[in-house]
Design a protein around this ligand. Structure first.
Ligand code: HEM
Length: 224
């Protein structure tokens, strides 16, 4: 009986609730409420597409992401279960692919990895010196696997990985270390806090490259 139920469910999931329509196309048989739910979703897609275009023309990437994620996979939770069951597999596939394209507009950088020469020493600086949270070095059981992760804000993580391991894994030759390829911004709420962080970094052994100062863009910042 269970097997029959499972087969019946799988059949429904694939075929949906359909019948041939008079004009040769396939009609999906829905109740009025289910049809309204589908049309409402469609209008949301159209509305969000318009919002995406408007935000893009203002060069407002945050606005693009916000409008796009409103039609992404997370919004699928709002589709009534009975409607989901009744639509045929091809339509579900097309619907999911469209949602995933909306999700594709999200920024997905969740991990920033720094190549370091001395993993233990760098871990001490970031964890004990700057106070970032870490479980220490993990992955030692793998050749070139030793790495330390730190939790940053908003789900972002920072990793420290030996430069030699990055060279090995990418197949690129290890280049000369350089301090001008990128910077990491540690944002605090006041000038006093900037001074505190600079002091904390110095105590942890950092070389202060440029003490905190008024910046050309109207802020107050320093480099270490
Ligand atoms: C970004 C892509 C899409 C946009 C902007 C969009 C927009 C719309 C709009 C505005 C309507 C009419 C809504 C109304 O009458 O209130 C509609 C209807 C419909 N759309 Fe979409 N759509 C998109 C993609 C899709 C996809 C991928 C599917 C299939 C999975 C689909 C299936 C349908 C169906 C079945 C209807 C109803 C037609 C009817 O009235 O019987 N649409 N869509």
């Amino acid at each position: 009986m269970l097997a029959v139920d499972v087969v019946a469910f799988a059949y429904k999931f694939t075929v949906g609730e359909v019948r041939p329509s008079e004009d040769g196309r396939v009609a999906v048989v829905l109740t009025k409420d289910e049809r309204n739910a589908l049309l409402l979703e469609m209008r949301a897609w159209l509305e969000n597409s318009q919002l995406i275009l408007a935000a893009a023309s203002r060069n407002d990437l945050g606005g693009v992401v916000k409008a796009a994620s409103a039609s992404g996979m997370a919004a699928e939770a709002e589709t009534p279960a009975s409607l989901f069951r009744k639509i045929p597999l091809e339509m579900k596939t097309l619907g999911f692919a469209t949602r995933k394209k909306f999700d594709g507009m999200k920024p997905r950088i969740t991990l920033i990895t720094l190549g370091v020469d001395d993993l233990e020493r760098s871990l001490r600086f970031y964890r004990d010196g700057l106070g970032l949270k870490s479980d220490g070095i993990v992955g030692k059981e793998y050749e070139h696997g030793a790495v330390a992760f730190f939790d940053l804000d908003g789900g972002l993580k920072l990793a420290l990985w030996p430069r030699a391991s990055i060279a090995h894994d990418t197949g690129l030759p290890a280049g000369a270390p350089s301090s001008t390829e990128f910077t990491l911004g540690h944002n605090v709420a006041s000038r006093a806090q900037v001074d505190e962080v600079m002091e904390q970094a110095k105590r942890a052994g950092a070389t202060v490259v440029k003490p905190a100062h008024e910046t050309f863009w109207g802020g107050y910042a320093g480099y270490f």
